[in-house]
Write a protein that binds this ligand. Sequence first.
Ligand SMILES: Nc1ncnc2c1ncn2[C@@H]1O[C@H](COP(=O)(O)OP(=O)(O)OP(=O)(O)O)[C@@H](O)[C@H]1O
Ligand SMILES: [Mg+2]
Length: 246
Amino acid sequence: MSQVIVVASGKGGTGKTTVSTSLALALTRKNYKVLVIDCDSGMRGSDMMLGVTQKLVYDLSDVISGTCALSDALYECDGAKGLFTIAAPVLAEDEISPQIMKQFIGENKNNYDYVIVDAPAGVGTGFESAAIAADRALVVVNTEPISVRGGVNILNRLSEMGITDARLVINRFDKERFLATGLYEDLDEVIDTVGIRLIAVVPEDVRIAALSQRGILATNWCSSTVIFDALTERLKGNDVPLLIKL
Ligand SMILES: Nc1ncnc2c1ncn2[C@@H]1O[C@H](COP(=O)(O)OP(=O)(O)OP(=O)(O)O)[C@@H](O)[C@H]1O
Ligand SMILES: [Mg+2]
């Protein structure tokens, strides 16, 4: 059965698109068929991180308006068989409404094992459109109070929308910096403040930024492949160690 996962954060730039695309890639490494839907209208980024920008012609708004067929707007990633993406509209004003998004995902999700929805930052209508059809959510935070507060806000909105299966991803974790700032006693304090179970701690890693920003799929070993392979196991309910200790 298909699963729809929204990747969200209150604060911008926490790593939602990096997490969405890295998770999608990890799932295809396990031979799942995956669709990444970019819901960040006006600020799309998944196409770049998945390396399909050069061949991009149509986006989600073209499908919804009937300008093209769905198959024309689905782009399969080179080097990752079974990983498809559909881009967000170029213009913010072409944002897809929650009702239409719900219908679109409902009609198409069963063609995939996983649908990963990359949400825009914040708790506005764009977030609602991204989350409306989700079975579960990944809430991405960095270890800073503003980011953590954003995570709490997202969680409240998810709960109002009836999405109760939410797990926490701590991204860009830098132990030295974390300890030096002294903002939190330990990672448990971050987790307790957001108030949901942790599913992954992704380290601050220049290779993650370099690969994803160039649209090069992280198929060779780097911290990203290990962390996200483990995350896919935990999504399936398997007990895999977290790989990071404080
Ligand atoms: N674990 C990481 N290590 C190093 N750099 C990272 C990591 N995760 C993300 N980044 C970098 O942080 C920046 C923001 O990441 P990303 O675009 O994924 O965030 P976002 O939450 O999707 O942002 P937005 O809110 O604008 O959509 C990018 O430059 C990305 O390469
Ligand atoms: Mg993004």
